[in-house]
Every structure is written in structure tokens, then in C-alpha cells.
Design a protein around this ligand. Structure first.
Ligand code: SAJ
Length: 400
């Protein structure tokens, strides 16, 4: 069996490597020549614990190869990004381009699977495209949707042990896709149709977004009411049926802050709560920036000189080096743009940054007058609360 991956990014590459690890021949395709070259050297262009060793092994044993061009294969997977356009409309042009790229190589009996997060109906659209361009393959290839749900940082484990929802455009397609995932997934494989599987992915991330929005909304209320939101949530969660998430500086990353728009763009009237959650989580980052600017002004008025402000954390969530769609980065930029103050920017998970000059976290904590915690990195949790500093703890470092 030959399995072909179109897209060797954050999901495509780990999945391709894990499939190769199971002794299956894998051909990976990426449009970026640097990515292809890096992988063929047994190296990786993304950061994911343990991944490089698996890629290296796959390449060395000859099970994994990367290329610019597709080939004939038994199973084809589309694992490309689906961003949104300026107006929050989903952009499926990469899925379309990936499908068009494999079109000439499709053969009778092939399985074609889309993993990219996609608006409802995308798999049917791609099935129509294939039927139009290759009418002789109608009902002769199997087409399905199967979303990934791995957590960055724990991808290699979750790829194998998470359950998956698999939805074909017909029963036989679901069977064939299940057959493929059985080769490397130990979690349960749940059968459904393509539209439900597409919506399932969007639902999972929207659900988390809505829950985080609830925590963020509580943090705004508590700030006004003079209540410690961390204590409040800890106490409320003692109820056997309550499980509130943690507020933070907003919601970032390429998934949770994006996927809900795939629902709101198509069902705007019906998705009021999902849309509102997006607004609240975006607003939370804006609010943190305003709070920081106010604290700097107050300091100056009180002391007669401009404070040194430490921006603690830039990544989109704790203990990773990923700054994509990061609310912390947004807040840092917003605050630093508007003020002529002195800033110390801290991100313990990266060595250097093209825009921000980085400072060690201990040094920044010592030197700054105002400390703004934006991400709950482990390093920060070891710091001792300082009464002599102005501390804006948006990440819940001290929780007291
Ligand atoms: N966050 C909070 N409070 C919390 C939890 C998270 O503010 O209590 C924030 C984080 O700081 C971060 C954002 O939410 O900015 C997202 O972080 P995350 O850890 O919740 O999720 P991601 O984006 O790393 O991964 C999510 C996962 N989805 C769900 O948990 C439902 C993952 O399983 C998906 O595979 C991934 O999105 C994806 O690729 O879609």
C-alpha cells in the first residue's frame, strides 16, 4: 500500500511519519521546496516533541519520502491549511488546490480523505469536483472526511490514541477510510457521514471557545466586582456538575480562534452564542492591553516618571514556543506601539525574536515596575509575589 499526504505541516507531517513508522510506504507532498528538502534529510521544519526521531527513522528506513509532486497511490490524504479571509469567510482554496493536484493520479479503488478543518459540505464539493474532472471514476473511488484532533505538544501520542470520527460520502467510503485508520490508530473509530464529521471538528473547537469565553467573561465581571476570579472558579468547580475553564489573555492558536468562524460564516442567524464567544475572547485581549496602558499611566501620575513594564509571555498558550495567532503577542504589540515607555519582553520558550528583544524572566521581574503576566508558563509559577511591584496577572500565575 502507498499512502500519499498532500501537505506536510503541523498535522500532515506527524501523521505521515506515524503511518511510515507502521511500515507503510508514505509519499508526502508539499509546495514549499525547503520543507521537502528538510524532511528528506530526516529533519523537521516544525516544533513537536519526539517528531524528528520518527521522521528520521522513516526516511532512513525508506518508508517516508517528501516531494513537490504527487504520485499514484492507494490512499490520498489532504492535510492543508484552511484559513479564513478578511471577512471571516472560510478559505478552502488550499483543499481545492490539493484535490486538483492529486486528480490526475487518482485510480479506481483509491481512497481519498480530507483531514483539513473544513466548512460543512466541503467533502461533497470535492467529490463533485472529482466527478466532473474524472467522470470515469464515479462510484469507483472512496471519499471521506476525518478530522484530526491532536493537541500541539502531544501530537505523537494523540495521533495514535485519540478516538476519531470518520464520515464517508457513502457507506463504502466510510468502510474504506476506517480500514485505513485502523492501520495506525488505537483509539476508537466512529462511523458517520461526511457532513457530520466536518461539523464535529468545528463543534469541538467551538465548544472549547464558548467555554473559555465563559471564563473570560467571568474575569471581566470579577474585575469590576472586586472578586478574585481564580478563587471563584476553583470554588464553583467544587460543584459536581460544574467545570469552568481558566480565563486568560484571550484565545489564540490556529484552531480554536479560527474554526468557530466556519460555523458563523454559514449559519450566522443560528450561531449567536458561538459568534458572541468569539467576540468575548477577542475582546479579552483588547481589554488586557487597555488595562496595561492604564496601569502605566497611573504609575507615571503617581511617581512622576515612566515605569519599566515587563511583558511576561508571548506564545499562544503555556510552555510552547508557538506565537501563531497569539493574544499575548497582540497585547505586547498594542501596548508597546502606543507608549513611549520602557519595556522588557520575556518569552522563556524562544531564544530570539525578529521584532522583540527578549529578556530573561528573572531579570525582567527584578527590574520592572509593572509586571504583566500574559501566559502561564511554568517558569513564571516559580516566582514569588512581590508587593512592591504593580502586578497584572492575566494568566493566573499567583491565583491569590
Ligand atoms: N485557553 C484558555 N483557557 C483555558 C484553556 C485554553 O484561555 O482554560 C486558551 C489557550 O491559552 C490558547 C487557546 O485557549 O490561547 C487554545 O489552546 P488549547 O490548548 O485549548 O487548544 P489548541 O489550540 O492548542 O488545540 C485545540 C484542541 N481542541 C480542543 O481542545 C477542543 C486540539 O485538540 C485540536 O486538535 C486543535 O485545537 C486543532 O488543531 O483544531
Amino acid at each position: 500500500m502507498i499512502v500519499q499526504f498532500i501537505g506536510l505541516g503541523y498535522i500532515g507531517l506527524p501523521t505521515a511519519a506515524v503511518v511510515a513508522q507502521h511500515g507503510i510506504q508514505v509519499h508526502g507532498v508539499d509546495v514549499n521546496p525547503k520543507v521537502v528538502e528538510t524532511i528528506n534529510k530526516g529533519e523537521i521544519h516544525i516544533i513537536e516533541p519526539g517528531l524528528e526521531a520518527v521522521v528520521k527513522e522513516g526516511v532512513e528506513k525508506g518508508y517516508l519520502e517528501a516531494s513537490h509532486t504527487p504520485i499514484e497511490a492507494d490512499v490520498h490524504l489532504i492535510v492543508v491549511p484552511t484559513p479564513f479571509k478578511g471577512n471571516h469567510e472560510p478559505d478552502i482554496s488550499f483543499v481545492e488546490a490539493g484535490t486538483k493536484a492529486v486528480l490526475p493520479f487518482l485510480m479506481e479503488g483509491n481512497t481519498f480523505i480530507i483531514e483539513s478543518t473544513s466548512p460543512v459540505g466541503t467533502t461533497e464539493k470535492m467529490a463533485d469536483l472529482i466527478s466532473k474532472e474524472r467522470p470515469e471514476l464515479k462510484n469507483k473511488i472512496f471519499i471521506a472526511y476525518c478530522p484530526e484532533r491532536v493537541l500541539p505538544g502531544n501530537v505523537l501520542h494523540e495521533l495514535i490514541y485519540n478516538d476519531r470520527s470518520i464520515g464517508g460520502i457513502d457507506e463504502r467510503s466510510t468502510d474504506k477510510a476506517v480500514e485505513f485508520y485502523q492501520t495506525f490508530v488505537k483509539g476508537e473509530l466512529h462511523r458517520t457521514n461526511a457532513r457530520t464529521a466536518e461539523m464535529c471538528k468545528l463543534t469541538e473547537n467551538s465548544s472549547r471557545d464558548v467555554q473559555i469565553a465563559f471564563a473570560n467573561e467571568l474575569s471581566l465581571i470579577c474585575d469590576k466586582a472586586g472578586i478574585n476570579v481564580w478563587e471563584l472558579i476553583r470554588l464553583a468547580n467544587k460543584h459536581p456538575r460544574v467545570n469552568i475553564l481558566q480565563p486568560g489573555a484571550g484565545v489564540g492558536g490556529h484552531c480554536i480562534a479560527v474554526d468557530p468562524y466556519f460555523i458563523t460564516a454559514e449559519y450566522p442567524m443560528e450561531s449567536q452564542l458561538i459568534g458572541k464567544a468569539r467576540e468575548i475572547n477577542n475582546y479579552k485581549a483588547f481589554w488586557c492591553a487597555e488595562k496595561t496602558k492604564n496601569a502605566m499611566l497611573e504609575f507615571e501620575l503617581k511617581h512622576g516618571y515612566k515605569p519599566i513594564t515587563a511583558i511576561m509571555g508571548l506564545s499562544f498558550k503555556p510552555d510552547i514556543d508557538d506565537l501563531r495567532e497569539s493574544p499575548a503577542k497582540y497585547i505586547a504589540q498594542k501596548v508597546m506601539q502606543s507608549e513611549q515607555n520602557n519595556f522588557l519582553v520575556v518569552e522563556p520558550n524562544i531564544k530570539e525574536h525578529s521584532v522583540f528583544k527578549l529578556t530573561n524572566y528573572l531579570e525582567a521581574y527584578e527590574k520592572a515596575d509593572i509586571i504583566v503576566f500574559l501566559v502561564a508558563h511554568n517558569e513564571f509559577k516559580s516566582l514569588i509575589y512581590r508587593e512592591d511591584k504593580v502586578i497584572l496577572d492575566f494568566a493566573g500565575i499567583f491565583k491569590k
